[in-house]
Design a protein around this ligand. Structure first.
Ligand SMILES: Cc1ncc(C[n+]2csc(CCOP(=O)(O)OP(=O)(O)O)c2C)c(N)n1
Length: 300
């Protein structure tokens, strides 16, 4: 049965009251991720906004077990948890490694790559708020071109972001998906699917950050939707090498009308100094990638 807002499980694993900012996309995504895993999970988390959400020992906002791991070690920590569960015969528990883009694209990529190459049996979710947000918004390998951060303060970042899902695809994983906190049911379905697959499964979750990106707290959902509607974020899954567009990206591909990236940029203070030339550069980048995704998609 396809999940919808009415038949989604009512059990909550993210409890009321936590230390994230208002309008936090990560909280929304995490809530649906834990629902999709029925709470049968051990989470391993490096320093990030997710550790802030979890809270400070002995108080926590989440009723699933969690290991706090050093920044670079998430893939190794998940590997150890999998081995421990295997040794104790706890087959019903999923190991979830979950880290931000700083902890994934940059600092944790070595241990993640090693674990993925070994095909360790866990789900890795990178929630991507496009910067080192919990330490005050420094540039990461995922920050987009033209975005102002604490370490790219005036002219914004000069480079395009790394494509982490493509990097993970190069590890020949059985399941890779991209998703977005503004499409929680698409995310839920993807985590459900990943749960049933063996080996390293990787899901990228686009997660807008109101204070860091400088938009009103109430616009988190809209910003996430605009990212998809402009083609800056594309929702897809790759199952055993078969590429499918999903959800809103599939509909957009059928209709064939992306909005201009300018619309998305104009809604965020972090792009206030972006040059016209950079806007054209970003638009070209989106157009080229979109064509590639359409060419690859097997489902329309
Ligand atoms: C080895 C190490 N270096 C730096 C830090 C400081 N630190 C803690 S969280 C963080 C930012 C994490 O960024 P990201 O992974 O993108 O997650 P987010 O905060 O955006 O959720 C940094 C730099 C640390 N805890 N450990």
């Amino acid at each position: 049965m396809k999940v919808n807002a009415v038949n989604l499980t009512e059990t909550e694993y993210v409890l009321p009251g936590n230390r994230t900012c208002p309008g936090c996309a990560l909280t929304l995504a995490y809530r649906h991720i834990l629902k999709a895993l029925d709470g049968q999970v051990i989470v391993t988390v490096p320093a990030s906004c997710l550790t802030v959400l979890h809270g400070m020992y002995p108080i926590t906002s989440v009723n699933v077990p969690c290991v706090n791991t050093p920044f670079a070690s998430t893939g190794a920590s998940a590997t150890g948890l999998v081995a421990g569960l295997r040794a104790t015969g706890r087959k019903e528990i999923t190991v979830l490694a979950m880290a931000g883009d700083g902890g994934t694209h940059d600092i944790g990529i070595q241990s993640l790559s090693g674990a993925a190459e070994r095909q360790e049996d866990f789900i890795y979710i990178c929630y991507d708020n496009e910067g080192y947000m919990n330490t005050g918004n420094q540039r990461s390998g995922s920050t987009p071109l033209g975005a102002i951060t604490g370490t790219t303060p005036i002219l914004g970042k000069r480079q395009n972001p790394k494509d982490i899902a493509a990097i993970m695809e190069a590890h020949c994983l059985p399941y890779i998906a991209t998703s977005n906190s503004s499409y929680p049911l698409d995310l839920y379905e993807k985590v459900r699917k990943a749960k049933e697959i063996k080996g390293t499964r990787f899901i990228h979750v686009f997660a807008p950050c109101a204070p860091g990106w400088q938009f009103p707290y109430s616009d988190t959902i809209k910003i996430g939707q605009l990212a998809v509607e402009t083609g800056l974020v594309v929702l897809y899954e790759v199952e055993n090498g078969i590429f499918r567009l999903t959800s809103a990206s599939e509909s957009l591909a059928r209709k064939g009308n992306l909005k201009p990236v300018r619309e998305y940029l104009a809604k965020q203070g972090r792009f206030k100094n972006i040059a016209e030339e950079q806007i054209s550069q970003l638009q070209d980048w989106v157009n080229t990638r979109w064509e590639c995704y359409i060419d690859r998609a097997t489902n329309f």
